[in-house]
Design a protein around this ligand. Structure first.
Ligand code: GLU
Length: 510
């Protein structure tokens, strides 16, 4: 009987969710959906030192924006609720004590000062202190202290921790679905803390293993930074006697800096002007960070780009809907080596999605931006403006700059254009053109173009001179789409008003 697929995304709410974390969530989600399994969101908030208020809400909102659905979690509930580790705190002590009883763990009473002193002493000899098999029997632990003293220390309220008793000199053999077989000699590992009396909380390792077991997780798909913890995790499964139901592991490659060397960080984003977080973030102390959503990206484009950072479909296909990703995803096609993040590629993907949007879809993203600029128009008008210029936009935040003249008449005129076109015969020609436009009833772009072009030909005027002078009046600058897109969009009365304004306010050059 194959086991039902149950995967979890298990972030710690220590700040905004990095896009590497979003990719981990995405791959878990794709894997779950591909195999008809369940996707669980578990909040790992047992490290009170690193807890950041607002981070959990940020994580949840990010996943929603990305379209990464959760089946069981802090919001949804589920058969293994609660899904926030701080609400499961009573569960863990029992398991830590079980390991002490069966000899896989022990109490340690060293104070922080004592440990610091030891670290310093080792450093002074050019060595690094590690709490491990070589030293643990010389320290204040239940391995060496008489049982009644251990009891007495606990009863009088001394602080203690429970540490894992790492076996010495054993080769742990592990299997990773992406990396294959991995072996580690336990002599290179230390005795990790599993539980702390000071805050009556487990550490990450214990809580993570206990919860993955209790929540019947079948596959652990997580970032490469957790690979060094894998031997301990496998040994914990053995220590608890849970080897039969131990999940399979897949450690995803790192997201690398655009320059290749090292993990993608917020500093890279700040330096090169791209976000490394899905949403805008403001920390409780006021620091802020850019997000893809607020910077004008479509979630579908962001997800498409992110999916391909570390996974490839094995075909030429480049554009994927979420459903297509689900249909084609497999862990076998996730690469072992780090994936270099390319900000240009992220923008390129967004531009491709932008170009494929209908006016109605564009209206949805453009209306809030228009309202921010005080523009109240129908969805149809908003969508039409965005639609005319979408080929030149990469991000939705580009749209206002590209289309603002559709909504606001120019009051200033670009100097370069003025010098070039607001001289000689042109003001007079514009006055004439005003008369021609005024006489047109059907102001559709095709008809206006026909009439105006016939007039230009008949008069023998230069096409470029006339059109650029008109552009100066209607747009105020040398930018914008074809002139007849503008005339049709703003309509006859507004065209005439803008021409009158230029004629009345700007003295021609010379
Ligand atoms: N809480 C860990 C993190 O923040 C989870 C690691 C895991 O998936 O095991 O990434």
């Amino acid at each position: 009987m194959t086991r039902p697929v149950r995967v979890r995304f298990a972030p710690s709410p220590t700040g905004p969710l990095h896009i590497g974390g979003v990719r981990t969530a995405l791959y878990n989600y794709l894997f779950a959906r591909r195999h008809g399994g369940r996707m669980i969101l578990r909040i790992e908030d047992t490290d009170s030192q690193r807890f950041v208020p607002g981070a959990e809400a940020y994580i949840i909102e990010s996943l929603k924006w990305c379209g990464i659905g959760i089946d069981e979690g802090v919001e949804q509930g589920g058969p293994h609720a609660p899904y926030r580790q701080s609400e499961r705190r009573e569960i863990y002590l029992k398991y830590a004590l079980q390991l002490v009883e069966n000899g896989w763990a022990y109490y340690a009473f060293d104070t922080a000062d004592e440990l610091n002193a030891l670290r310093k002493e080792y450093e002074s000899r050019g060595e690094t202190f590690a709490y491990n098999a070589t030293v643990r029997e010389q320290l204040a632990t239940s391995l060496v202290l008489p049982a009644d003293e251990v009891r007495a220390r606990i009863e009088r309220g001394d602080q203690w921790v429970i540490r894992f008793k790492m076996p010495a000199g054993e080769i742990v053999k592990m299997h990773d679905l992406i990396r294959g077989d991995v072996e580690v000699n336990t002599s290179t590992l230390d005795d990790k803390v599993l539980y702390k009396s000071a805050d009556a909380l487990p550490t990450y390792h214990l809580a993570n293993i206990v919860d993955d077991h209790l929540m019947e997780i079948s596959h652990v798909i997580r970032g490469e930074e957790w690979l060094p913890s894998l031997p301990l995790h496998c040994l914990l499964y053995r220590a608890f006697g849970w080897e039969d139901t131990q999940p399979e592991f897949a450690h995803l490659p790192l997201l690398l800096k655009p320059t290749g060397g090292g993990k993608l960080s917020k500093r890279d984003g700040d330096k090169m002007g791209f976000p490394v977080f899905p949403l805008f973030w403001q920390s409780p102390t006021g620091e802020t960070a850019h997000g893809y959503r607020e910077d004008g990206y479509f979630p579908e484009a962001f997800i498409n780009m992110l999916a391909l950072l570390g996974w490839n479909p094995g075909t030429e296909q480049e554009f994927f809907t979420m459903q297509e990703l689900i249909d084609s995803f497999s862990l076998e096609r996730v690469s072992k080596s780090g994936a270099r993040f390319q900000p240009d590629k992220a923008r390129w993907f967004n531009a491709q999605y932008m170009h494929r949007k209908t006016d109605a879809e564009l209206a949805v993203v453009y209306q809030p931006i228009l309202r921010e600029h005080g523009i109240e128009v129908s969805d149809e008008v908003a969508g039409k403006a965005a639609g005319i210029m979408k080929e030149r936009a990469q991000l939705t935040t580009d749209l206002w700059d590209l289309t603002s003249y559709f909504f606001i008449a120019p009051t200033e005129y670009e100097e370069k254009q003025v010098r070039k076109y607001w001289k000689g015969q042109n003001p007079e020609i514009l006055r004439e053109l005003r008369g021609v436009l005024e006489g047109i009833d059907d102001f559709s772009k095709e008809h206006t173009e026909e009439v105006v072009h016939a007039w230009i030909e008949q008069k023998g005027y230069g096409m470029g001179q006339v059109m650029n002078t008109l552009r100066l009046a209607l747009v105020g600058a040398g930018k914008g789409p074809g002139m007849y897109d503008v005339t049709e969009f703003i309509g006859k009365q507004e065209c005439l008003r803008r021409i009158d304004h230029l004629l009345a306010t700007l003295k021609p050059a010379e």
